[in-house]
Design a protein around this ligand. Sequence first.
Ligand code: NAI
Ligand code: MG
Length: 352
Amino acid sequence: MTKTHRIALIPGDGIGTEVVPAARKVLDVVSERHGIELTYTEFDWSCERYLREGAMMPDDGMERLREHDAILLGAVGYPGVPDHVSLWGLLIPIRRSFRQYVNLRPIRVFEGVPSPLRTAAAGEVDFVIVRENVEGEYSQVGGRLYQGFPEEVAIQEAIFTRAGVTRILDYAFDLAARRGGRLTSATKSNGIVHTMPFWDELVAERAIHHPGVTWDQEHIDALAAKFVLQPGRFDVVVGSNLFGDILSDLAAAIAGSIGIAPSANLNPEREFPSMFEPVHGSAPDIAGRGIANPLGTVWSAALMLDHLGHPRAASDITDAIATVLAKGATITPDLGGSATTDELTEALIQAL
Ligand code: NAI
Ligand code: MG
């Protein structure tokens, strides 16, 4: 008996509406091959909906998503709609109410995709950033006083809880144990004297429970430099919400194109659906031209299949991505080629 997985598709805005259908075509081929049953519900939640109806999603949006096993999202963002509307009106509610406390961002330098770094050769750079996704520096706690007066003050509190830090560290240690056995923790306990020493103590504490993993910690500034100088030395890197956010954009740039970078927002306990989305945004500068790189979304769809319990189907997809990039004949303009989204998608399907 095969279990049917219910997938919510939220293409969103701009190139989101181009790359999600591409990923769906790839999923159709792979799921057929592996006997995986997927059913889809498509939602038009987006900034365009916000402009039409005054909200990114309907009032019962979260309940409707709740009935699904996973969410595949393109990107949201539309000129004229402030970015905090799309973020706090859709993405953050999904991440927080569904307790997607792990943000997973794999980084690979593929053959055929030149990295801007001479030290980053294909195959040598293959690591994962694990970002805490629901607390830390991105909190609503704080406020502003005396607005407009000379003594105006803004206070933004960072929230680090023992439960929240412990669960993200355990996730990262477990992942490192399944990969190369090495974990690097991003810290800044020399300058941030309350939350970061707490984070470091918990890293040392959790390390005892994961004896098979070698670990170290680096201050975030030095770590940023090492990402550039020695990107090949990393396996799993764990960081707080802010540190993980910055490091993962840096890492996507090291890998040669933001169009390829995938991400997963995971609820590891599977009490709620997890969400999979490319790292890039809605790219209004190229939207509607049919030239968006679909690989970030396709790779995100592979992470989704892995999460749903189909690792072999997932690796078929990443192998096809590597094959098409190595051939280099059918790549989109962001990678230096002239292929369209459809042509690159077709090449992936051939490679499968
Ligand atoms: P962006 O990622 O949309 O675009 C940055 C640059 O990369 C652009 O030149 C774009 O053409 C290029 N690019 C991005 N993805 C590409 C792809 N798949 N293929 C080829 N080229 C690609 O970031 P930007 O311009 O800062 O933001 C545009 C809008 O997207 C904003 O409204 C922003 O808020 C939103 N955004 C949404 C995100 C999400 O939904 N998670 C994440 C980042 C931005
Ligand atoms: Mg970011």
